[in-house]
Write a protein that binds this ligand. Structure first.
Ligand code: SF4
Length: 317
């Protein structure tokens, strides 16, 4: 009983890159190959250390403030989006802007802006301080309240009946449903948009299925990647022992003790090449059976921003 070793690997499908991340990475690759440096990225282009480090090595300069960018420079806005104030600052410096904001994040900005114009008070369900939430909040800061938990719903003091609810795209589906239920109870006439994106939803459904069969689940993703952290939490709340890791170096030998079946998944900003060494290591440890647990096939693609003529190709980081 104490000599069980990993014999089966279950891969979640879908896992890893979503369409918004593919688009943002393609933009940076295109600029590196076709434009003269310097090229700036406002915030991490996607929340993955491996990708950001590789782009830094290739010359991309990451900044957290437009003040750091010289006039007339080329700048890319990350997949998480930016607030109108950042856009204005960039325009005032005549920056050459390429906006790689995921179209699904842009949709939330447009909903928020319209709701504010139509006289609604806006509740933005999301994690305070996350790049995406800061960007959306900036569309109507005086009309928007960020709500991070059910407890915070109890503290809302809005008197109006015109309440509009939007969400961050990468939240826990279950936690968000609880928060939205609580908002609906307090504001029965609230107009609600649940903006959790297809990629987040699918990855959480897949990890839930993994949790039924795997003894442990490894979730590859950076600690600042909201959807990766939510995947790990989702695996745990589905009853699995789960660990979030940047890559193979963070795996501890003891995790595999008395484990027969290992589940593996990855957040939406994680390249396949971070999973390959983990899979090869498990094969070397004796895994002979590799199965895929599939809940959805994703075929969504987004057009490049600024009409950039990016050819269809296999991604390189
Ligand atoms: Fe877009 Fe969803 Fe991917 Fe974020 S996780 S970049 S919202 S598709």
């Amino acid at each position: 009983m104490n000599n069980i070793r990993p014999h089966t690997l279950l891969l979640a499908e879908p896992r890893g890159f979503c369409a918004g991340v593919v688009r943002a990475i393609e933009v940076i690759n295109y600029l590196l190959e076709n434009e003269e440096p310097p090229i700036y990225s406002f915030h991490e282009i996607v929340h993955n250390k491996f990708i950001v480090d590789s782009f830094k090595k290739r010359g991309i300069i990451f900044v957290d403030s437009i003040d750091e960018v010289p006039e007339h420079s080329r700048i890319v806005f990350s997949a998480h989006g930016i607030s109108p104030t950042v856009m204005q600052e960039a325009e005032e410096k005549s920056l050459k802007i390429i906006d790689a904001t995921c179209p699904l994040v842009t949709k939330v900005h447009l909903e928020t802006k319209k709701a504010a114009k139509d006289g609604f008070d806006i509740l933005l369900v999301g994690h305070r301080g996350h790049d995406e939430v800061e960007g959306t909040l900036g569309e109507a800061p005086s009309k928007t309240t960020v709500i991070d938990s059910v407890d915070e719903v109890n503290e809302i003091t809005i008197n109006s009946e015109k309440v509009f609810v939007v969400t961050q795209t990468t939240l826990s589906v279950n936690d968000t449903n609880e928060i939205i239920d609580s908002i609906s109870e307090k504001f029965p006439k609230a107009e609600i948009r649940n903006d959790i994106c297809y990629a987040t939803t699918n990855r959480q459904s897949a990890v839930q299925e993994l949790a039924k069969k795997a003894d442990i689940i490894l979730v590859v993703g950076s600690p600042n990647s909201s959807n990766s952290v939510r995947l790990m939490e989702h695996a745990k709340s589905s009853g699995a022992v789960a660990y979030r890791i940047e890559g193979i170096d963070e795996i501890k030998e003891v995790w595999y003790k008395n484990v027969g079946t290992v589940g593996l998944t990855a957040g939406a900003s994680v390249p396949d090449e971070l999973l390959e060494p983990i899979i090869n290591d498990l094969i070397a440890r004796g895994v002979t059976k590799i199965d895929t647990i599939s809940v959805a096939q994703e075929t969504i693609e987004f057009k490049p921003p600024n009409n950039l003529p990016i050819p269809k190709r296999i991604l390189t980081q």
